[in-house]
Design a protein around this ligand. Structure first.
Ligand code: GDP
Ligand code: MG
Length: 186
């Protein structure tokens, strides 16, 4: 991992990635404000700060609602080396968005760099829009099976629209995964 010690005042970074319109912004805004507002700005990358207690230490979690810019030369290298965990979001009503999230997971896990190596970075695959079950194109078992096939990859379904507790569980899980990977001081 990027940082071996975690103390009061440390910063961790969690990045939310996925195709467009899958609900990345909705999930982040819902987590931070408890609200679902329906329409979100698109086309800009936003980073929010959220205080979280990890193993007794208050740390700042930077939550990045990311835009992928593959044109930028060092994009992936920079993002991997500065990130403790990723949420990879897809829309359960859009199979292409699932395939895309899976391809991102594979890309991250295949990354070998220093100080971070992809296989060490916790991933959470998030199937969002579970409230739209009648339009579903991706079975829950597909998400589960893919996550199982990857090292350190967990899976959850959420509805940013209808369930705050889903969203809270997703972020709680990602913070728990980060906590389990980072040694605390001294
Ligand atoms: P992003 O492009 O991935 O950031 O997607 P947005 O967060 O902007 O959401 C795209 C659209 O999906 C918006 O119209 C949201 O209101 C809608 N949306 C997001 N999450 C959900 C959800 O859980 N259920 C439903 N029904 N709609 C959602
Ligand atoms: Mg967005």
């Amino acid at each position: 991992m990027r940082r071996l010690n975690l103390t009061n005042g440390s910063t961790i970074r969690v990045v939310v990635l996925g195709g467009s319109n899958v609900g990345k912004s909705a999930l982040v805004v819902r987590f931070l404000t408890r609200r679902f507002i329906g329409e979100y700005l698109s086309g800009i990358e936003m980073t929010y700060q959220h205080e979280v207690n990890l193993a007794g230490n208050w740390v700042t979690a930077e939550i990045c609602d990311a835009l992928i810019n593959k044109e930028e030369k060092n994009y992936f290298k920079d993002i991997y080396n500065n990130t403790e965990a990723f949420l990879l979001v897809y829309n359960v009503c859009n199979h292409d968005s699932f395939d895309y999230a899976c391809s991102l997971a594979q890309e991250i896990k295949a990354y070998h760099g220093k100080p971070n190596s992809g296989s060490d970075i916790p991933l959470l695959l998030v199937g969002n829009k579970s409230d739209l079950d009648h339009f579903r194109e991706v079975k829950q078992t597909e998400g589960e099976a893919f996550a199982k096939s990857m090292p350190l990859c967990h899976f959850i379904e959420t509805s940013a629209a209808e369930s705050y507790s889903d969203v809270e569980r997703a972020f709680g899980l990602i913070f728990a995964l980060v906590r389990s990977r980072i040694r605390t001081s001294p």
